[in-house]
Design a protein around this ligand. Structure first.
Ligand code: PLP
Length: 379
């Protein structure tokens, strides 16, 4: 196993605070009688037990059972991603990500840590297909020819903004690619629990965590992963302890607040509540999707069918009266009627005319917003 940290990541790992070793080895009269009795630190960071139970539950089905030592808790997923940016990359290194992608990946990877996003164009190719993997390989090879250092491949599964999941076979193919070129695989799984039954895609691929796949023979295990709640994220690696140590080196900047910690702990510890919460969430998301897509169909607005997250990737450019209307002009028309949605170009959309609409809102909000969109664009 190689840890393959960046130079600065090695530097950070060496600065891992000693008290984190204490926290990882807390004395318990039965479970850990040789541990350290911690009378020195006033902070309670004991999320790990609950997270361990939660992460080992059927939602993520890890192939190797998760142990607290595989997890670093951070103040959000952006923060977990930024920890990988410091730990795995030196300034100017790149990662591969296909278009469109979640706009704030630029913030997490580039703004402070100076990691470049090497955008992979997919054209007409389905982002969740085997063919897409080949495009990553081509992009990697041409970047290497230009002397660009590519260290990792970034997936978002379920995908923001496309709202779909990668199948196990396709994930394996990405792992194989990472193994072949010695790349880290970073999988942002923040929407793992927001997968619902879509009337458009009854046979849709459901969520499969990278943690659930046996990587033997595919890649040298080094996988990093994020999940969320309440401004709490987890960076998980079952093979690259050094990466977690690098994250721990800057943990003072990344701890979740005690308030978020205790709210998340009580939520995760309540199985009955979380099961019911997730069930209701899925039903409501499916309902809202049905409602919004009925509007889109009625107005012949093309959209990308999906079964996860709460985003609809819609093509307003196809229905404006004047086909030369720019995306900014469409946004201005919407703004005039006080309705806001995000422009696709912010997500590195390959084609103009696309927008991202969030449908996880109560019916009256959706009705008002959609009615304003229709009015603004004279549909
Ligand atoms: C794909 C993805 N990753 C990360 C984040 C950020 O998560 P957090 O608020 O926990 O930093 C978001 C939030 O929108 C997201 O959509």
């Amino acid at each position: 196993m190689t840890t393959n940290l960046s130079l600065r990541g090695e530097g950070l790992a060496k600065q891992k605070p000693v008290f984190l070793d204490v926290l990882a080895n807390i004395w318990d009269p039965v479970l850990n009688p040789t541990g350290v009795v911690n009378l020195g630190l006033a902070e309670n960071t004991l999320m790990h037990t609950e997270l361990k139970q939660f992460m080992n539950s059927k939602q993520f089905s890890p192939h190797i059972p998760l142990h607290p030592s595989h997890v670093t808790v951070t103040s959000g997923v952006s923060n977990a991603l930024e920890c990988t940016a410091w730990g795995l990359f030196d300034e100017g290194d790149h990662l591969l990500v296909s278009r469109p992608y979640f706009n704030a990946f630029r913030t997490s990877f580039s703004t402070r840590a100076g990691v470049g996003l090497l955008e992979v164009k997919l054209g007409e190719i389905d982002a969740f297909s085997f063919a897409a993997v080949e495009h990553y390989e081509e992009a990697l090879l041409s970047a290497r020819k230009e002397g660009i250092t590519v260290k990792a491949l970034l997936l978002c599964s379920p995908h923001n903004p496309l709202g779909r999941c990668y199948s196990e076979d396709v994930l394996r193919e990405y792992m194989r690619l990472c193994g072949k070129y010695n790349l880290h695989l970073i999988s942002d799984e923040i929407y793992a629990l927001s997968v619902w039954e879509s009337p458009d895609l009854p046979e849709a691929t459901s969520f499969k965590s990278v943690l659930s796949i046996d990587t033997a023979g595919l890649m040298d295990q080094s996988m990093d992963f994020g999940a969320t709640g309440l401004r709490i994220g987890c960076l998980i690696s079952q093979s690259n302890q050094r990466l977690l140590e690098a994250a721990d080196g800057i943990s003072l900047l990344n701890f979740p607040s005690s308030a978020a910690d205790s709210v998340a702990t009580s939520l995760l510890a309540d199985d009955e509540f979380t099961t019911e919460y997730m069930r209701t969430n899925r039903l409501r998301l499916a309902e809202s999707y049905k409602f919004v897509t009925a509007f889109l169909k009625r107005h012949e607005i093309p959209y990308s069918q999906c079964n996860a997250t709460f985003f609809l990737w819609i093509r307003l450019g196809a229905v404006v009266k004047d086909p030369n209307t720019t995306d900014d002009e469409i946004l201005a028309k919407l703004r005039n009627l006080k309705v806001y949605i995000a422009a696709g170009y912010a997500y590195a959309s390959e084609e103009r005319g696309w927008f991202r609409l969030v449908f996880a809102h109560p019916r009256p909000v959706l009705e008002e917003g959609l009615q304003r969109i229709a009015q603004a664009l004279e549909l």
